[in-house]
Design a binder for this molecule. Structure first.
Ligand code: ME8
Length: 660
């Protein structure tokens, strides 16, 4: 018997100089949704993710952390892997680019490219962006990197070069023969234009970088990060032995639009040169923006996934990410929109339909889904509508149009709500006719609900598994084959599971405050009270890049990085909708700063005016409940709740004096 067809998909291999934020989570969630969807369509699926661990940035970060590169990347990789596991997103393969299996694959790929005449040695001088690990084409000394805006450095080295120029025509022919290779269409045009504009050869090794995979017999040459990182996709499914596992070429590389060129031009070029099969598709999605700008640690606007998952559940975050933005386009992230969708679509929509239906079946049919008798035209209309939606929704999933798939699915939920409101099963009596009518209505609703549950499973895996048990349906929802999904297969006369609230409604400002407070604690691991954002016990946007480590002793040079000054509070006011926060303006000698402090439950604003406090002045700014906070007031965290008590000075001190 032939085995299942195989499907191989990947997320980018993320850099280890930071920890995952909502942008990385987005790509990985999408990969997981596709993986679950493909499994339900009968595929054997492998998903790969991993960490990109070489390069100058890692050398620097490890030096700053005072540990060896190997130790630094081991800790970071561990933190990434742990988080994916915690969020229910473990991949079948997690490739670290420092893995021995990966080192072998990179060296093997290089050997093939070289044997086939695509590699030569030369000198190269250019402007190099150390942040993006790339030479910047056509840049002059003094130019900034067009991608990240930071200064470039002039670099001359002896490099191995890859003859990308020789692959211009093969690439263009390939795009023509495989019109779906780059998606969405807009990105495809961008790539074709880029390749038509002419391709320069690429330098693929470095001698100035120490922390990289050595080119065998050519030390000190190490591989350039992209030749190294892209190859991880092949490493994951066997490297030189890829034919054995049968998962290469990859079916789908999911990436953000920032790295489309590397995936749609360089990667197929490397593989063509090595005469290896080229992936089938590269899909580039857009950015999740925060306040209309790209998330970054330096701007202090990164959104972390864990606090959201803790507060609302991972399914809620998954739903929001996929529903809010059309896959491929940019979109804005806001806690407000997240909680609004949670309450309206999940608590009131899906959750409410589940509890209403289950409660009525419980009350009138002893918790057993009744059998249908003779149906009325409105029951049949709902059945037809739902049956038609199945095809439409699967088609949207197939095209990775998740927002439309969910929109159509929620339209089915709305039809069920409307049907119940019109048919009013609760108003029927207990005559035989009325009971049969009730049975028909509730069984019809339950059947619709079964279908919704199956279709929602790739996006809401935990909740749908719970609904499946609630509905008393046999087996696991993840094992239902989407190809055979039809109206009319509901198992009836089965006992419903214990009723439960799937998505408890939350109070918006309270929920946002709790999420932000947890995020602050996570960004600054020495945080103590959850209730005190922007006091010493919390905020630090830089924390996202901190090495997750044991509480080690730090050197004086680390302490010296923190600038603290005496500040005097000039104004203090409450923030509407944020019970715990006060907005302060603080004179720090050289300027007046706006700082938010999580002390509102313990200090009256008026009593703070004129008070001298200790302020951390060189923290990256951060927004709390939409209000910018530019610094941090030091406070002790007292007692089990971590009540903040402001640090002060028993003697009079000059405003702006430095604390040492
Ligand atoms: O580029 N919105 O790694 P990286 C949406 N190591 N997606 C986002 C995002 C945002 N705001 N921010 C990040 C690298 N992403 C290389 C990849 S692959 C062989 C090597 C996602 O850690 C998006 O998928 O910078 C983007 O492409 C990726 O994270 C970049 O991750």
């Amino acid at each position: 018997m032939p085995g299942k067809p195989k499907f191989y998909l990947t997320t980018p291999i993320y850099y280890t100089n930071g920890l995952p934020h909502i942008g990385h989570t987005y790509t990985t969630v999408v990969a997981d949704v596709i993986r679950r969807y493909k499994r339900m369509r009968g595929y054997e699926v492998v998903m790969t993710t991993g960490t990109d661990e070489h390069g100058v940035n890692v050398e620097r970060a490890a030096r700053n952390a005072g540990i060896a590169e190997s130790e630094f990347v081991a800790r970071m990789a561990d933190a990434w892997r742990t988080l994916w596991d915690e969020l229910g997103l473990p991949a079948e393969e997690f490739v670290r680019t420092t893995d021995l299996r990966h080192v072998r694959t990179v060296q093997w790929l290089f050997k093939l490219c070289r044997e086939n005449g695509y590699v030569y040695k030369d000198h190269y001088t250019g402007q190099y962006c150390i942040y993006d690990n790339a030479f910047v084409n056509d840049a002059k000394p003094g130019d900034n990197c067009p991608d990240c805006g930071r200064p470039t450095e002039t670099l001359t080295e002896e490099n191995y070069f890859f003859k990308l120029s020789a692959l211009q025509k093969p690439l263009l022919d390939f795009y023509k023969k495989n019109p779906d290779f780059v998606q969405p269409e807009s990105r495809k045009n961008e790539i074709i234009n880029f390749v038509e504009g002419g391709l320069k050869d690429l330098s693929i090794t470095r001698t100035t970088v120490r922390w990289g995979i050595p080119v065998p017999g050519e030390e000190p040459h190490v591989f350039y990060v992209w030749f190294d990182a892209l190859t991880a996709y092949l490493t994951a499914v066997g490297g030189p032995d890829y034919e054995k596992r049968g998962f290469w070429p990859a079916d789908l590389h999911l990436v953000g639009k920032d790295i489309i060129r590397f995936h749609a031009v360089y990667w197929p070029a490397f593989l063509m040169a090595a005469m290896l099969p080229v992936p089938k598709q590269v899909w580039a999605h857009g950015w999740f923006l925060m306040d209309a700008s790209k998330m970054s640690k330096s701007k202090g606007n990164v959104v972390l996934p864990r606090p959201i998952a803790h507060m609302l559940g991972m399914d809620a975050l998954r739903y929001f990410l996929l529903r809010e933005v059309v896959f491929g386009q940019d979109g804005n992230f806001s806690y407000d929109a997240l909680v609004t969708r949670y309450n309206s679509d999940l608590a009131n929509g899906l959750g409410n339909l589940a509890s209403r239906t289950a409660a009525m079946i419980e009350k009138n049919f002893g918790g057993k889904i009744p059998k249908v008798g003779k149906l009325q035209s409105q029951d049949e209309a709902l059945a037809r509508e739902t049956q038609a939606a199945i095809g439409e929704i699967l088609d949207y999933f197939e095209k990775l149009n998740f927002a439309r798939a969910l929109e159509s699915l929620w339209a089915v939920i709305a039809s069920a709500d409307k049907y119940l409101t019109t048919e009013k099963p609760w108003s029927l009596g207990d005559s035989e006719t009325d009971m049969q009518r009730q049975a028909n209505i509730l069984a019809t609703t339950a059947e619709l609900f079964r279908i919704v549950t199956v279709l929602a499973h790739p996006v809401l895996p935990d909740t749908t598994a719970r609904i499946w048990t609630l509905l008393g349906q046999p087996g696991k929802v993840s094992d239902v084959e989407l190809d055979g999904l039809r109206w009319g297969h509901l198992a009836t006369s089965v006992q419903l599971g214990k009723p439960q609230t799937l998505f408890p409604r939350v109070e918006k400002s309270e929920a946002i405050e709790r999420i932000e407070s947890m995020a602050n604690e996570e960004l600054n691991p020495i945080a103590v009270p959850a209730s005190a954002p922007a006091t010493a016990a919390s905020t630090s946007a830089a924390g996202a890049a901190a090495v997750p480590a044991a509480r080690e002793k730090i050197g004086i040079e680390d302490f010296a990085k923190v600038e603290m000054r005496v500040g005097q509070i000039k104004t203090a006011e409450r923030i509407v909708g944020a019970d715990k926060l006060l907005k302060l303006t603080v004179d720090i000698g050289s300027e007046i700063r706006q700082i938010c402090a999580g002390i509102a439950q313990y200090y009256e604003p008026e009593a703070l005016i004129g008070r001298k406090v200790a302020v951390v002045t060189n923290l990256a700014p951060r927004k709390l409940r939409g209000v910018e906070s530019n610094g941090m007031i030091l406070a002790a965290a007292v007692g089990p709740e971590g009540r903040p008590v402001l640090a002060g000075f028993p003697e009079d001190v000059e405003v702006g004096a430095r604390l040492k």
